[in-house]
Design a protein around this ligand. Structure first.
Ligand code: NAD
Length: 337
C-alpha cells in the first residue's frame, strides 16, 4: 500500500482529481490517499495558502499528487508551487512531451523530456533597482557546480534507466560564460561517466529553432531554470499544449507530481475540464513508486480513448465531458486488464 498526499487544488482541480482517482482505482493500484489542502481553498479556510499540516504530511509521506492552485495576481499570497519547490528542495522539474494519438498538433513523432534545474539561475529572486533608480534594474543569476551536477546526473540516470539514447545540454555559454559556462563544463565532465549515452550540447536560441524544425531529433534535454521554463512550454506546444502535459518536481527525498496548466477558473464546475495532464502526471508518479505495469496499462487505455471525439473534452476538439472521458478510459482499461 502506497501512502500518497493528495492536494485536489482550486478551480478545475477537484474535477480532474476525481477523474484521475477513479481511473487509478479501476487499475486496482493500492494507494492510501491522504488529503491535504493548499492554495485558495486553504487560504480562505485557514488564512494560510500552505498550511503547516500540509507541509508536515508531504514531509512524512514524501510523495504528493497536486491539482492546480490559484495564485492571486498583484496582491495576496505568493505562489504555493514555488514555496513547495523551495521547502522540499525539489531541484528537478521533469516534463515529457510526447505525441498523443488523436490530439491535434503541428508535429508527429515527438518524444522528448525536458529536465529543468528548478532552484537556481535567474529565478532566485535577486532583483533590484540600481541605487534606488527605478529606471535601472538588475538581476542576478546563480549557478553552482553542486546544483548543476544534481540535475545533469538526474537526466543521465533517467536516460540509462529508461533506455533513452541521447542527452542534450542546452546553454548560452558563448555569452553567459561564467554561469551557463559552468553548467556546460559540469555536463561535459558528467557525460564521461555515461559512455553508453550520446551527449551533445546546444546553444539555447539554436535549440528553440531546432525543436520546431526537427523535434524528433531530441530525446532528453537538460538545462538551467529560465531556459528550461521556456523550452518545456515550447515542447508542450509541439504535442498539443499544456492540457496534455504532465510534470514531476523531484528532490533527493520528496516528489510532487502536478499538471502544468492552471486552475482554469473560466470552466471550473462545468464538467469541461480535460483530465489528461493530471493523469499523465499521475502515471509519472506510478513509475516513480515502481508501479510500472499499471502505468503502462493506463497509458494504453488513455491512448485508445484520445481519438474518440465523442468522449474527449472541447479543448481537444471533442464533444464529450470530464465524466465521459473518465468513463471511457476506465472501460478501455477493463478491456486491457
Ligand atoms: P490556465 O492554465 O488555468 O488556463 C488557460 C486556458 O486553458 C483557459 O482557457 C482554460 O480554460 C484552459 N485550460 C487549462 N487547463 C485546462 C484543462 N485541464 N482542460 C480544459 N481547458 C483547460 O491559466 P491561467 O488562466 O493563466 O491561470 C489561472 C490560475 O491558475 C491563476 O491563478 C494561475 O496563477 C494558476 N496557475 C497555477 C498553476 C499550477 O498550479 N501549477 C500553473 C499555472 C497557472
Amino acid at each position: 500500500m502506497h501512502n500518497i498526499v493528495l492536494i485536489k487544488g482550486d478551480g478545475i482541480g477537484p474535477e480532474i482529481t476525481e477523474s484521475v482517482l477513479k481511473i487509478l482505482e479501476a487499475a486496482k493500484i493500492e494507494i492510501n490517499w491522504i488529503p491535504a489542502s493548499a492554495g485558495m481553498e486553504a487560504y480562505e479556510s485557514s488564512g494560510n495558502p500552505l498550511p503547516d499540516e500540509t507541509v508536515a504530511l508531504i514531509d512524512k509521506h514524501k510523495i504528493a499528487l497536486k491539482g492546480p492552485l490559484t495564485t492571486p495576481v498583484g496582491s495576496g499570497f505568493r505562489s504555493v508551487n514555488v514555496a513547495l519547490r523551495q521547502r522540499f528542495h525539489l531541484f528537478c522539474n521533469m516534463r515529457p512531451a510526447r505525441t498523443l494519438p488523436g490530439v491535434p498538433s503541428r508535429f508527429g513523432n515527438v518524444d522528448l523530456i525536458t529536465f529543468r534545474e528548478n532552484t537556481q539561475g535567474m529565478y532566485i529572486g535577486q532583483e533590484r533597482y540600481v541605487e534606488g533608480d527605478q529606471n535601472r534594474a538588475e538581476s542576478i543569476a546563480v549557478i553552482t557546480r553542486e546544483a548543476s551536477e544534481r540535475i545533469i546526473r538526474s537526466a543521465f540516470e533517467y536516460a540509462r534507466k529508461y533506455r533513452r539514447r541521447k542527452v542534450t545540454l542546452v546553454h548560452k555559454a558563448n555569452i553567459l560564460k561564467y554561469t551557463t559556462g559552468l553548467f556546460l563544463q559540469v555536463g561535459q565532465d558528467i557525460a564521461k561517466d555515461y559512455p553508453d549515452i550520446t551527449f551533445n550540447d546546444m546553444i539555447v536560441d539554436n535549440t528553440a529553432m531546432q525543436m520546431v524544425m526537427r523535434p524528433e531529433t531530441f530525446d532528453i534535454i537538460v538545462t538551467t531554470n529560465l531556459f528550461g521554463d521556456i523550452l518545456s512550454d515550447l515542447a508542450s506546444g509541439l504535442v498539443g499544449g499544456l492540457g496534455v502535459t504532465g510534470s514531476a518536481n523531484t528532490g533527493d527525498k520528496h516528489a510532487i507530481f502536478e499538471a502544468v496548466h492552471g486552475s482554469a477558473p473560466d470552466i471550473a464546475g462545468k464538467g469541461m475540464a480535460n483530465p489528461t495532464a493530471l493523469l499523465l502526471s499521475a502515471l509519472m508518479m506510478l513509475e516513480h513508486i515502481g508501479e510500472l505495469d499499471s502505468a503502462q496499462q493506463i497509458r494504453k487505455a488513455l491512448y485508445r480513448t484520445l481519438p474518440d471525439k465523442e468522449v474527449i473534452t472541447a479543448d481537444l476538439g471533442g464533444e464529450g465531458s470530464t465524466s465521459k472521458f473518465t468513463n471511457a478510459v476506465v472501460s478501455q482499461l477493463k478491456k486491457i486488464t
